[in-house]
Design a binder for this molecule. Structure first.
Ligand SMILES: [Zn+2]
Length: 71
């Protein structure tokens, strides 16, 4: 069972989930520290998994706020 909720469109649908190998950390690129990306089945956006599944008790509100850093 996934806890995924898309922070962008609030859909529960997952299109794909991918694991990526981490590259060199780059402070100017928030994506550089992401290892797991979930693609939303509704809006098709790539959502960092920690936001889509709200790791560490992240609230949906915070996830929505944090997603803005990635777009
Ligand atoms: Zn979505």
């Amino acid at each position: 069972m996934s806890n995924f909720i898309c922070p962008s469109c609030l859909s529960y649908k997952i299109l794909t989930e991918k694991f990526i190998s981490i590259g060199l950390p780059n402070n100017n690129d928030p994506w550089s520290s992401i290892t797991q990306i979930i693609q939303c089945g509704n809006c098709k956006k790539n959502i960092p998994a920690h936001l889509g599944e709200r790791w560490n008790n992240l609230t949906l509100e915070s996830a929505r706020e944090e997603l803005k850093k990635y777009y």
